[in-house]
Design a protein around this ligand. Structure first.
Ligand code: HEM
Length: 124
């Protein structure tokens, strides 16, 4: 999915489709890219193996350095003070429920904009 989105983004870029009237759809696309990367990261934890454990340890430690709210951010992401079963459950719900829900809404806006902007653009 990450590769497909990257290829799509390259196609759109080389066709200059980020220019008016499609700037808004480009921004919606950037949001979709971020959700795709988040899906990728949350999914990485789900095998619950050594790789996953350390990826999440590093990731949540980094986010724990957020100025002022660092500890709270880390707690929200882990569901507890240290990585545990609560973390797995939290990221599972994020991966299979919340992120897909948000992605579907943004995709609907994305497709609506494609039609509103007069269909897709071609080579310059
Ligand atoms: C989950 C991710 C995404 C999905 C499912 C998706 C899907 C689509 C589809 C089906 C189209 C119409 C057909 C086409 O142009 O190929 C489209 C158009 C477009 N997408 Fe995406 N897209 C995604 C991510 C992105 C990203 C990351 C960007 C850029 C940052 C982007 C920017 C655009 C733009 C500007 C158009 C209009 C293209 C044109 O008019 O030629 N999209 N998208």
């Amino acid at each position: 999915m990450v590769l497909s989105v990257f290829l799509h983004m390259s196609r759109v870029f080389y066709h200059g489709a980020y220019k008016p009237p499609r700037e808004f759809n480009w921004v919606v696309g950037v949001m979709l890219l971020q959700f795709t990367l988040l899906l990728s990261f949350t999914g990485y934890l789900l095998p619950w193996d050594q790789l996953a454990l350390w990826a999440v340890t590093v990731g949540t430690n980094m986010m724990g350095y957020t100025p002022v709210f660092g500890n709270q951010v880390r707690f929200v992401l882990l569901g507890t003070k240290e990585i545990g079963t609560e973390t797995l459950l939290r990221w599972y719900v994020l991966h299979v429920l919340m992120l897909p829900f948000v992605v579907v809404i943004f995709m609907a806006i994305h497709f609506w904009r494609v039609r509103k902007d007069g269909g897709i653009s071609g080579p310059l």
